[in-house]
Design a protein around this ligand. Structure first.
Ligand code: MTE
Ligand code: MO
Length: 188
């Protein structure tokens, strides 16, 4: 048996379908549980726990990031958006001379940065041919966007360390690019 709809009913049906599509998560703004559940613990003179919204509320740094693994695989070049590690450290008392910043992830990976590196100095840098070049000024950021998009889990998201420069084509060592960062500690 054939059913007919009046135009008004058709409009209602379309609206209802769209409404359920949106509330069931078929929308680009649906919250991502990985991002929603992510927390960053920051320990220094004091302690802080940051959510992604807290991180995004800090001043954003945008730069060019490009890294190479010990096996020679390259990642990038990317445009990276995140927060300067110094601004995160400042929330818990900052980093004094002789102190280090320990950045770690749930898989147990840990990388340590010294104060010079925090100020963008003392990194080994390469050009596209993997020839070592003098380092331009660099910034260590906690990146939450790569190429303008939220950082995927496979790329180390929700938040990953990136070493960025104002100029493109500067390659840094991938070992410092800690993926899935959830803990930052200032240590003596
Ligand atoms: N959490 C975490 N981050 C990490 C690593 C890791 O094992 N765990 N490996 C590092 C190393 S040695 C490199 S070269 C880069 C790229 O690693 P990938 O090849 O696993 O992407 O991520 C870095 N960040
Ligand atoms: Mo590596």
């Amino acid at each position: 048996m054939r059913q007919t709809f009046l135009p008004g009913e058709a409009v209602f049906l379309v609206a209802a379908v769209l409404f359920f599509a949106v509330i069931s998560g078929c929308s680009t703004t649906a919250p991502d549980p990985m991002v929603e559940n992510w927390q960053l613990s920051v320990n220094g003179t004091t302690e802080k726990v940051l959510t992604m919204n807290d991180l995004k509320a800090l001043p954003a740094v945008n730069g060019h990031g490009y890294c190479v693994s010990t096996t020679g695989a390259r990642f990038g070049p990317y445009t990276c958006n995140g927060v300067d590690l110094r601004n995160i450290a400042a929330l818990v008392g900052g980093v004094g001379s002789g102190q280090q910043v320990w950045v770690s992830a749930p898989d147990g990976y840990l990388w340590v940065f010294d104060l010079d590196q925090l100020n963008g100095e003392g990194f080994v840098t390469f050009n596209e041919n993997l020839t070592e070049i003098p380092s331009p000024p660099l910034h260590i950021i906690l990146m939450y966007e790569q190429d303008g998009k939220p950082l995927s889990y496979d790329d180390g998201g929700p938040a990953r360390i990136a070493i960025v420069s104002e100029q493109p084509g500067v390659i840094t060592e991938g070992s410092a690019w800690v993926k899935w960062v959830d803990r930052i500690e200032i240590r003596d």
